[in-house]
Design a protein around this ligand. Sequence first.
Ligand code: FES
Ligand code: FES
Length: 157
Amino acid sequence: MKTQTVSFTLNGESVTATVPQSWNLLRTLRDHFELTGAKEGCGEGECGACTVVVDGDAVNSCLYPVMEAEGKTIVTIEGLEKTDGGLHPIQDAFLNNNGVQCGYCTSGMIMSAKALLDKNPAPSEDDIRTSISGNICRCTGYVQIVESIDNASKMMK
Ligand code: FES
Ligand code: FES
């Protein structure tokens, strides 16, 4: 299998990986870097469980060829903790507003929320719903997730 070396910034650290050229970013994060927060749901860009933030945008890492990560800045759910090791305000908000049930969609939802709030600290409900329109949750009915992101935006002001 043909391999290639790729270098990028991952959760604030410069990293390099030599992986098969055919791998996507999700597989590289999970199987090479052992960061298993991003989940594989559909593997086809439909569910958002694999969402990570690349250069400020939420992307489906299952569809993102790892070689395109060269030189980029990538943040995963593992990179969200506060410097004191505590939970990030978005994570706190999901816990406090029952935005988590089975949790399979949660890291993707939170990374979509992070990309939104970094660009728009005071989003409307429509903005929030649009930001998670590519993230499927089979448990919550979305209301608690929208409330979680709204609450996070207020806590982060
Ligand atoms: S696993 Fe990537 S969008 Fe579903
Ligand atoms: S909490 Fe179960 S899929 Fe969203």
